[in-house]
Design a protein around this ligand. Structure first.
Ligand code: PGA
Length: 251
């Protein structure tokens, strides 16, 4: 954790979730509204088909909503795409950008991510920019140079404090394998320093999330690390009980 920053616990539902699964979101919204003490900020990024229904469910709760990607344009001839403005209109406050699954499956480059991040800020959304190395890159000792290059190319020039960076080693996503707490601590300190070189004092306000096989069983390891200001959770965000256990580690 870092003094002065409200932790962000973000759930990425990916391509999972039908209307019946909104019961899990209802349970998250109920639990989030119930706590008395200071709570971390809670965010769920459902598939876009559920955003409007999710916004109704979360209307009276502190749970925020986000998209999982957006187009760079506000509107136009882009069949199948969604703009940041559309996500905001549907109830999103955040958007995940440059997730490794999009980088791998849709050929997204850091340059694309930067243009999308600019679009997100234009629409009033907070971009969550994902970076992270593959196993081969880590084994070759290239993790930090790769992450530095991704950061440099993905972050728009004047992001303001409304920026979140998620460090997600590709090899930890959905695998049950995670880096050691020392490796995460080193990478997050490195990311903070890289951001400071580019953004100056504003870098201290950027929340840095760890993502990759975050589970109720291992979350206390991440919550104890300096410069880990929350987590980005895939699989374990689909079950409200697991997700809320992860939230409570940051209370
Ligand atoms: P996971 O996914 O928690 O299922 O590993 C994390 C992510 O891809 O954001």
């Amino acid at each position: 954790m870092t003094d002065g920053l409200v932790p962000l616990i973000a759930g990425n539902w990916k391509m999972n979730g039908l209307r019946r699964d909104l019961d899990e979101l209802r349970a998250i919204a109920r639990a989030a509204g119930a706590g008395a003490g200071p709570r971390p900020e809670i965010l769920i990024c459902p598939p876009a088909t559920l955003l409007m229904a999710a916004a109704e469910i979360c209307a009276d709760s502190p749970v925020r909503l986000g998209g999982q990607d957006c187009h760079s344009e506000a509107n136009g001839m882009h069949t199948g795409d969604l703009s940041a403005e559309m996500l905001a209109d549907a109830g999103a406050a955040y958007v995940i950008l440059g997730h490794s699954e999009r980088r791998a499956e849709h050929g997204e480059t850091s340059e694309t991510v930067r243009i999308k991040a600019h679009a997100a800020l234009r629409a009033g959304l907070t971009p969550i920019i994902c970076v992270g190395e593959t196993r081969a890159e880590r084994d070759a000792g290239e993790a930090s140079s790769l992450v530095a290059a991704q950061l440099k190319a993905s972050i728009p020039p004047h992001p303001g404090p409304a920026l979140v960076v998620a460090y997600e080693p590709v090899w930890a996503i959905g695998t049950g394998h995670t880096p050691t707490p020392t490796e995460v601590a080193e990478m997050h300190a490195f990311i903070r320093a890289e951001l400071a070189a580019d953004l100056g004092d504003r870098a201290a306000r950027v929340r840095l999330l760890y993502g990759g096989s975050v589970r109720p069983e291992n979350v206390t390891e991440w919550a104890a690390i300096d410069n880990v200001n929350g987590v980005l959770v895939g699989g374990a965000s689909l079950k409200s009980a697991d997700f809320m256990q992860i939230v409570s580690a940051f209370e």
